[in-house]
Design a protein around this ligand. Structure first.
Ligand SMILES: Nc1ncnc2c1ncn2[C@@H]1O[C@H](COP(=O)(O)OP(=O)(O)OP(=O)(O)O)[C@@H](O)[C@H]1O
Length: 492
């Protein structure tokens, strides 16, 4: 298969073969071409070279609808089901032949019979929004099985799950492939998932296939080497001991509402000191997103007070600018970029109205904006064809890197980040975590919101847990206890 975007060869003569009933991993660094490959298989893109053989027969897949008719389905990193509908409604509505008037009594019976044949169950009678992340992801998979998809493409399916949930779901899928009920092609950045659940692996680098083989015969090191070639993983800056430092951010009795109008952040108190990483753990959906949005000025504060370096702080652009408060939200393409604007323009959002990017505060200097972009692209290793490329054309990991570059490249007093390494390959994870540590060492106060407990344990000076909108646990990292954190996360 080959695929070009303009002059850029995103996939170059890549062949991959997935035997029926096997579990195949697709590995590669950010921008390697993994999504492009599966989008060609799903009919989102048309490959411009190569062919697809299904059960030995050549097929053409012009649209996702045609992929679906061939029993090829895909599960994404983020949830795609409708939160306000129940599981049953989501499943039935996803069908191509959904009738004008649904006979719910009949459908419920049919769904029950369907669930009886499945290796796992999910409550289908409650709105999706009331299910935990693991349950939602199971339902995404059940939906594909309900639609009779027998070749499942999973794009980093465990990013939003806890390690236990991830193991459970991959274990169940592995059981189905072992019984020959399913064939799986999974994009992942986690070597553990490859070694524990997959039979074979293909590795892409810069659009080309650089290796493949049976998992049993490949070491993690060999796979890592194939992914990044001779590139060196940067060594992490050591944690500098600052001793006691002043409070940089003081959050006092914060309240904020969620999208449903119900309180999402409730009586939240938290301090982050200069030169400290405060790790905020929690199961997703406990108010972390809303807290970040309040601090980033994207959601109104219902009540409470925020101080930055002792001064009252209102999260508006002008104050962020003066007090040097920066943030990286989840899903940065959606929440922190203008997708169709160029990489250079997106990188200029923080400073476009100031010298040197603007002259006399009114006239933007295209030359300066481009020069700044070129320097950030080089420094943060953002893989883009040019600074003028729309940011939505970058791979997921590179969008993440671009937004981080914009937020952390200047003088940063306070940084609020949510899942900064989401979807990044292992070398980029090391790089970004190193950058966060270096910022902390320079004195930045970092509030690190993450669903990855290992990330929190690795980076934080102190660890807090957020549950049901407020802080339920707080301890210095050296004294933090995994079990106690787990209990606090579960709301005990
Ligand atoms: N629609 C598009 N237009 C232009 N270029 C694109 C488009 N989609 C992808 N690309 C480019 O193709 C390359 C491969 O991107 P792809 O999304 O396939 O990478 P990936 O391996 O899935 O990365 P990640 O792990 O970050 O998701 C990237 O350099 C990207 O910028």
């Amino acid at each position: 298969m080959g695929k070009r975007f303009g002059a850029f060869q995103a996939l170059d003569d890549v062949s991959i073969s997935v035997p029926a009933g096997s579990f195949h991993a697709l590995l590669g660094e950010n921008g390697a071409g993994k999504s492009t490959l599966v989008k060609c298989l799903m009919g989102f893109y048309q490959p411009d070279a190569g062919e697809i053989l299904l059960d030995g027969k050549q097929v053409s897949i012009a649209t996702p609808r045609e992929a679906r008719a061939l029993a090829i389905g895909m599960v994404y990193q983020h949830f795609t089901l409708v939160p306000s509908l129940t599981g049953a409604e989501n499943l039935v509505m996803a069908r191509a032949d959904v009738p004008l008037v649904v006979d719910w009594a009949r459908e419920t019976k049919a769904l029950d019979a369907f669930l009886d044949r499945m290796p796992f169950r999910v409550p289908l009678d409650v709105p999706l929004s009331s299910l935990a992340a693991g349950q939602k992801q199971k339902l995404e998979i059940l939906k594909q099985l309900y639609l009779n998809q027998r070749f499942l493409i999973l794009d980093e399916p465990t990013s939003v799950l806890t390690p236990d949930e991830a193991s459970e779901i991959l274990g169940l899928l592995r059981g189905m492939t072992d019984r020959g009920e399913l064939t799986v092609l999974m994009i992942t950045h986690k070597f553990r998932e490859v070694t524990e659940f997959c039979d074979s692996v293909t590795v892409l680098r810069r659009g080309r296939k650089v290796g493949s083989g049976s998992v049993a015969e490949l070491s993690t090191d060999a796979m890592a080497k194939m992914m990044i070639g001779e590139t060196k993983v940067p060594a992490r800056a050591a944690r500098v001991d600052h001793g006691a430092t002043p409070v940089a951010v003081d959050l006092i009795a914060l309240y904020g509402d969620g999208d449903d109008g119900l309180p999402a952040v409730q009586e939240l108190d938290l301090k982050v000191h200069e030169g400290e990483i405060l790790g905020l753990a929690g199961v997703s959906g406990n108010g972390q997103v809303e807290l970040l949005e309040i601090l980033a000025g994207q959601r109104p504060l219902a009540d409470g007070r925020i101080f930055v370096k002792g001064k009252p702080y209102t999260p508006k652009r002008a104050e962020m600018d003066v007090m040097k408060v920066f943030s990286l939200p989840e899903e940065p393409l959606k929440n922190a970029t203008a997708p169709r604007m160029s990489v250079a323009e997106n990188l200029a959002f923080r400073g476009f109205d100031k010298a040197p990017l603007a002259k006399a505060r009114w006239f933007l200097s295209g030359k300066e904006i481009r020069a700044q972009a070129e320097s950030l692209i080089a420094r943060y290793n953002i893989r883009t064809r040019s600074p003028e490329t729309p940011i939505e054309a970058l791979s997921g990991g590179n969008v993440q890197r671009a937004v981080l570059a914009r937020e952390i490249s200047g003088d940063v007093a306070v940084l609020v980040v949510a899942n900064p390494c989401f979807g990044l390959d292992f070398a980029s994870v090391a790089d970004i975590r190193g950058q966060l540590m270096a910022l902390r060492n320079k004195g930045t106060a970092i509030l690190l919101i993450s669903e990855d407990l290992d990330e929190i344990l690795e980076l934080s000076d102190r660890i807090a847990v957020m549950s049901d909108g407020h802080i339920t646990y707080l301890a210095p990292a050296a004294e933090a206890d995994r079990t106690a954190i787990g209990h606090a996360m579960a709301g005990h």
